[in-house]
Design a protein. Sequence first.
Lengths: 305, 158
Amino acid sequence: MWKFRDVISILDYTRDELEHLFSVTDVILERSLDVGKPLDGKIVATAFIEPSTRTRLSFETAAKRLGAEVINLEPHLSSMAKGESLTDTLRMLDDYANLIVIRSPYEGSAKHAADVCEHPVINGGDGTQHHPTQAMIDLYTIRKLKGRIDGLEVGVLGDLKYGRAAASFIYGLTKFNVKRIWLISPEPLSPRPELMDRLKRMNVDFVKTENLEEAVEDLDILYVTRIQKERFPDPAEYEKLRGSYVITKKLLSRASEDLKVLHPLPRVDELSNDVDDTPYQAYFIQAKLGVPVRMALIGLVLGVF
Amino acid sequence: MDEQETLRVSKIKNGTVIDHIPAGRALAVLRLLGITGSEGHVVTVTMNVRSGKLGRKDLVKVEDLELVTEQVNKLTLIAPTATINIIRNYEVVEKRAVKLPDRIVGILRCTNPGCITRQPMEHVNSKFVVVSKSPLRLECEYCGRYLEEEEVLKQLTQ
């Protein structure tokens, strides 16, 4: 059910498939990431047309820990800088590698890549809606810290319009039976109608609000996201909305003691450093889990787990 | 229909008659079918004639051409009320109802400028799935953005 399948959207996966990924991740963690070199002789290509720290490096680390070689496309140093299309670039990578991880600013690039390439493609984030592997890590983090995803009250805060991590996380939550999802954002950054429609069609209990304080006392999980400066058509609009919410230790004093704060990172000014040393902090744990979850994913897609 | 209008919609020997097109959309229908006039077929376009069903309607007749199902189905996007009559030797030999296909490929443009289908270098055909038939709502297979009926009409009629 995972082998040689393109990973384009979290919506393409069933709960059972996600649970299987999580079980494999559990085993990898139990073995302290040392599972031998099952991908010895394989090559994983990363094609990141947009900046990335955690996603690219954790994919690279995951592939290397499994014994694969990694080749990286550097757009500014490649023929893309001379105007070569993404499509032609992908055709070439498909000839070189056994698996391609792509990140692109163009929405739907990963699906297009999957159409073009014979080898499996993993979406490392495209446009504003899909970042499936981040959502897998987010869900795994919650399961690990809370022991379950079902029955939780989850707040998603920030840029719900342009933030692909937020959208994918919300889509991922629909695969489980969460108690309620709070969609917390300034009105101009509220989720797209496509996302809201899907939640309605799936009978998910959700509340849309601009008021974080209304939600904070009820939450088990608060998922904070950065306002996506690079996706605003108008920089002045970004400046207006920047700093709409700042999560601080003081604000969280009203929350449940068991609340966990997640953030896909990088953060700018929406999440204060004074939360880092509190029991609420789960975002560094979440970032650390990126490697084992991506190891499990790569291994499953290449058929060695 | 009075005598004058009967003359306007006189019978053709062989070909296709597309009837009950919403008034004002006949030219868009031709555009959608890719009929430019340069193919050499005799094409008759009648616009805004009285209709019992629609009040006013348009009518298109293309001689010596029988539309195939795929062409007919595309018409649903702008002329869901249309009926298609295939004519042979002055007789209607087949009536086809238009049926909205599940996917629309390459005809419409995604409204999201960031969609891969909008990048000229990449040459990716647009693809939409039908989410709702009435009102018409399509979803881009690449970026997930909705395309509403109003925008579909705008794209196909302007």
